[in-house]
Design a protein around this ligand. Structure first.
Ligand code: GAR
Length: 189
């Protein structure tokens, strides 16, 4: 199974997908598409020899990305810390084969503006006892598609957002490569 990753930030999850692919050959990472020229994920791509494509909002909104994306012949797109809404025309071109990683238990703490530390601060300010991660199929609405996997952890007693972020990152790093490998083995393509 050929995957293309969309990412906006540091890319720690993308890198774990690179490593899993190199060690197991369960799937291959064809490219990373990134909307921020200064994002850390781009140096991780150079280190691993993974092609990267940097794009801006105009290219994404005016359909300029589709041709470039399809050249990589992806079977699955993985949004790993991609902070813009995924465009509907690309979703249609991929026949819905797009998954997103979210650092909370959707449907709570999702939607526009709910990413990274914003999520963890909101969770720690609540009376919730648990947080977690959601990996879901992308549909045209923000953070609303069918769940592929959800898994939870207790919120640290300190209710410190950084501590929670650390626990959530551990869940993401464990489960994201396994979820993608599961789809590959299930013969998604
Ligand atoms: C991850 O925690 C991911 O769940 C989150 O961005 C982080 C990216 O980390 N995504 C969202 O908040 C999407 N709404 P990384 O760049 O180190 O992989």
């Amino acid at each position: 199974m050929r995957i293309v990753i969309f990412a906006s930030g540091s890319g720690s999850n993308a890198e774990l997908l690179f490593r899993w692919a190199a060690e197991t050959h369960d799937f291959s990472v064809q490219a990373v598409f990134c909307n921020r020229a200064e994002a850390g994920v781009l140096s991780r791509c150079s280190n691993w020899g993974i092609p990267s494509v940097v794009f801006d909002k105009n290219q994404m909104e005016q359909g300029g990305l589709q041709e470039q994306l399809m050249e990589f012949k992806p079977d699955l797109i993985v949004l790993a810390g991609f902070l813009w809404k995924f465009p509907s025309p690309l979703l249609e071109a991929m026949q819905g084969k797009v998954i997103n990683l979210h650092p909370a238990l959707l449907p709570n703490y999702g939607g526009k503006g709910m990413y990274g530390m914003h999520v963890h601060r909101a969770v720690c300010a609540s009376t919730d006892t648990h947080s977690g991660i959601t990996i879901h199929w992308v549909n045209p609405a923000y953070d609303e598609g069918t769940f592929l996997l959800q898994c939870s952890c207790p919120i640290p007693a300190s209710r410190n957002p950084e501590e929670l972020a650390h626990a959530i990152q551990g869940l993401e790093h464990y489960w994201l490569p396994r979820a993608v490998a599961f789809l590959a083995k299930a013969g998604l393509e």
